[in-house]
Design a protein around this ligand. Structure first.
Ligand SMILES: Nc1nc2c(c(=O)[nH]1)N[C@H]1C(S)=C(S)[C@@H](COP(=O)(O)OP(=O)(O)OC[C@H]3O[C@@H](n4cnc5c(=O)[nH]c(N)nc54)[C@H](O)[C@@H]3O)O[C@H]1N2
Ligand SMILES: Nc1nc2c(c(=O)[nH]1)N[C@H]1C(S)=C(S)[C@@H](COP(=O)(O)OP(=O)(O)OC[C@H]3O[C@@H](n4cnc5c(=O)[nH]c(N)nc54)[C@H](O)[C@@H]3O)O[C@H]1N2
Ligand code: SF4
Ligand SMILES: [Mo]
Length: 735
């Protein structure tokens, strides 16, 4: 450390674990990052991505000024020119073609930025469009739907009490690579090891023997896509063997008898063939779950982005409920974040409705106000009233993250009159934009976890101010999004603080509080004043000033029971067997007999990756972080693939080629390709990523396969065929 270096604290925004980092800063450059040992939550944990904070922050390919397209070419421009262009086009398109003409795609990092937590709701209400798409329909929407139906609140998602549980049944998640999801837990790996050390047990259900599976007491290599069948059978065993005992929840549930009847035919014997697990194993898993003093069932990507994603997500919580583990310490509980509204008395709520409107072209029902991303391309391409003519993408890259990127790529190129991208990179999607608005790097942004505090395994709160001031000509993302709201809403040129003031005034009015309270709020920016207000209205005795006085965060204690206050169903109870679920069960029953031959594709994540946007950081590349097709030795031998041969993978949406990596860590009948690769399109500005681009796995999907209740794309358990590539095959015959 040189004499002019200093340190600054910053919560890491790079995954859901939200570790506290201590950054070393020389001048304005972040030259080091280590775990903050005094952080109340992460206690010094860090992973290779957090350690690469400096490299990511200083990536020379990051855009530093807005880009505006003139004469067909994206050129550097001033912020005024960029917002002038937006104000000149979007309101006019809305006047001419109506509100639906503007579509919005919100990508994953919106849940990792302060701006993404504060401004998109206002952007959507200002636009008034129903053409709203987010990464949720490539991810956790099934969980929102199941929570909406069970608890009446799509955001009431129980998280496993990792620190206190005695038994974890983990389904389709690999926290040793992902560091956890919908379960914010710095050092998830350490928590799993601690579970085993204190005598608890870990069961992992995954078609791959992942690093997480290798840590488990029991690993069941299920046939992909059949978890809902397995979970239904576990439920059946609990019912059949009279092991179901919801404990303290008994007075707060309804629909048990209907549920019991509905799962009666999903016996372990009936599902065993489809799941490729034996009935005894299934019974054993159910009995262990029921017998554990405290247990939690937790399902993630592999249980969500599949054909029966909502049913599987629902059954995860049904199991938590029937074993008495929902809402009890050591089980699965509802966190209470510092910016949640203070709990109200238990009472019936408005419930949760699905399909209040539908997509124009294919009639997909909305879920949580969103339409399936898989329908975005057709909504741009298909002529008619309410066609999407302008698109605003914030922190997203659907050309790589969603099915059939080639089709979406063409739609963006040919079908739009105007496109805006808010992104630090000129990525595969942003290259089509007419205006690109780049936010500053994380060191120059404030950070607060609006989203992840409500999925955290311990209640706590932390806030970091920017570690480094904005660069000359840079604009904070909160200001970018506030100005965007003004520009699309016909208020171009109004001061961006007006947006925050409006929200503060309306929030106070809704809470029945005097407007004068606005004058008491502290904070240097509109975003900080809004944070202060949310903390004051929240369930703890907090203000921004108090938070600033605790730079390592404030611990708010372990998770506590919250039923019935948390329930918002019309009955005021947990509705165990909601009608939309009942209506979807026959589809699951039909899968009982199905046992398609042929290979199926699943995804995977690597510790040094993050979706589509970290392949540009050299220190995070290489080693095992590569875009290979993992295939079991038996399958490889049958197909005639040797290690390193180029495999051709074909499916409904297209074909891609990738080097074969022969490994028995995938079960026979299953192949695995990671997502987020395929950086070979021209016109992007990601030079490192482009040097070894990999292929886009989502080109194999045509977008027609969805979990119908949530509109979530089927990204796992996709039927594929694999052959040696033509070039390699002719080589082999010549040998
Ligand atoms: N086959 C397959 N496909 C998948 C998945 C899978 O498992 N398998 N996973 C899915 C999942 S879970 C998700 S969440 C999606 C993600 O899909 P997307 O959200 O579409 O994609 P990301 O790759 O996360 O890209 C995010 C973009 O945000 C930008 N960004 C980074 N930081 C900031 C910031 O501070 N501000 C702004 N404005 N932008 C920023 C990045 O540069 C990048 O361009 O992918 C999905 N796609
Ligand atoms: N390093 C890294 N960390 C990340 C990300 C990243 O890209 N890289 N992305 C972040 C995001 S956006 C998210 S949403 C989270 C996701 O976090 P996780 O859900 O933990 O993500 P994955 O590592 O994809 O784990 C999914 C597992 O499901 C398995 N699987 C596939 N199909 C099936 C199936 O049908 N049944 C079962 N039982 N298992 C199946 C896969 O083999 C895989 O091991 O990770 C976040 N963290
Ligand atoms: S685990 Fe996630 S939050 Fe923690 S340092 Fe790594 S990327 Fe950052
Ligand atoms: Mo995700």
């Amino acid at each position: 450390m040189s004499h002019d270096s200093r340190t600054a604290l910053r919560v890491c925004p790079l995954c859901e674990a939200t570790c506290g980092l201590t950054l070393t800063i020389e001048g304005t450059a972040v030259t080091g990052a280590r775990g903050d040992r005094e952080d109340v939550f992460s206690k010094g944990f860090i992973c290779p991505k957090g350690a690469s904070f400096g490299g990511l922050d200083a990536d020379p390919d990051r855009l530093r000024t807005p880009l505006v397209r003139t004469d067909g070419v994206l050129r550097e421009a001033t912020w005024d020119e960029a917002f002038d262009a937006i104000a000149a086009r979007i309101p006019a398109l809305v006047r001419e073609h109506g509100k639906q003409a503007v579509g919005v795609f919100l990508g994953n990092p919106n849940v990792h930025t302060m701006a993404g937590g504060l401004y998109p709701p206002l952007l959507l209400s200002t636009l008034g469009t129903r053409n709203v798409f987010t990464a949720s329909t490539l991810d956790q929407m099934p969980k929102h739907v199941s929570s909406g139906l069970l608890f009446g609140d799509a955001h009431a998602i129980p998280v496993p009490d990792l620190d206190r549980t005695a038994h974890l049944l983990l389904i389709g998640a690999n926290p040793l690579e992902s560091n956890g999801s919908l379960c914010t837990a710095p050092d998830f790996p350490g928590k799993l090891k601690a579970l085993r050390k204190r005598g608890g047990t870990l069961t992992v259900i995954d078609p791959r023997r992942t690093r997480t599976a290798r840590l488990a007491d029991r690993h069941a290599a299920i046939r992909p896509g059949t978890d809902a069948l397995l979970l239904a059978a576990l439920t059946q065993v609990l019912v059949e063997e009279k092991l179901a005992d919801p404990g303290a929840l008994a007075d707060h549930i309804e629909g048990y008898d209907e549920l019991a009847e509905a799962v009666a035919d999903f016996t372990p014997e009936a599902v065993a063939g489809a799941c490729d697990l034996d009935a005894d194993t299934i019974r054993a898993i159910a009995r262990e779950l029921a017998a554990a003093p405290a247990a939690a069932v937790y399902g993630r990507i592999g249980s969500c982005t599949v054909e029966h994603g909502t049913l599987a997500s629902w059954l995860v919580d049904v199991l938590n409920i029937l074993t008495g583990n929902l809402d009890r310490p050591g089980g699965a509980l509802f966190p209470l974040s510092a910016t949640a509204r203070a709990p109200r008395a238990a009472a019936p709520g408005k419930g949760f409705d699905l399909g209040r409107w539908s997509s124009r072209v294919s009639g997909h029902p909305e879920a949580k106000g969103e339409l399936p991303v898989a329908a975005l391309a057709e909504e741009i391409e298909t002529p008619g009233q309410d066609r999407i003519r302008a698109l605003i993408v914030i922190a997203g890259n659907p050309v790589l993250s969603a099915p059939d990127g080639d089709r979406l790529d063409r739609a963006l190129a040919d079908g739009l009159d105007f496109m805006v991208s808010v992104d630090p990179y000129l990525n595969e999607t942003a290259r089509h934009a007419d205006v690109v608005l780049p936010p500053p790097p994380p060191s120059r942004s404030a950070h607060f976890d609006f989203a992840f505090n409500s999925f955290a395994v311990r209640n706590q709160v932390r806030y970091s101010r920017p570690a480094v001031p904005l660069e000359e000509g840079g604009m904070d993302e909160s200001e970018i999004l506030a100005r965007l709201v003004l520009a699309v809403g016909g208020n171009h040129g109004a001061p961006p603080e007006a947006v925050d003031d409006l929200i503060i005034t309306t929030t106070l009015a809704k809470a029945g509080l005097p407007e004068s309270l606005a004058g008491e709020l502290t904070g240097d920016t509109g975003a900080e004043r809004r944070l202060d207000l949310m903390l004051r209205l929240g369930p703890y005795d907090l203000t921004l000033d108090r938070l600033l006085a605790h730079p390592h965060g404030i611990d708010l204690g372990p998770l506590e029971p919250r039923v019935p206050q948390v329930l918002r169903t019309r009955s005021g109870r947990i509705e165990l067997f909601p009608a939309p679920i009942a209506a979807d069960l026959p589809r699951l029953r039909a899968a009982l007999g199905a046992r398609p031959a042929g290979l199926v594709l699943v995804g995977r994540r690597h510790l040094r990756s993050n979706n589509s946007w970290m392949h540009n950081v050299a220190s995070l590349r290489g080693g095992s972080n590569v875009c290979t097709l993992q295939i079991h030795p038996d399958d490889a031998a049958r197909i005639g693939l040797a290690e390193g041969d180029t495999a051709r993978i074909t499916a409904a949406g297209g074909e891609v080629e990738a080097p074969a990596e022969i490994t028995d860590s995938v079960r026979a009948g299953v192949v695995s390709l990671p997502h987020g690769w395929g950086h070979s399109r021209p016109g992007t500005r990601m030079s490192v990523a482009g040097s070894e681009p990999g292929v886009n796995v989502n080109q194999l999907l045509d977008g027609t396969l969805l979990d119908p209740l949530s509109g979530t794309s089927v990204l796992n358990a996709v039927p594929v065929s694999v052959t040696p590539s033509a070039a390699d095959a002719s080589l082999a015959s010549a040998r």
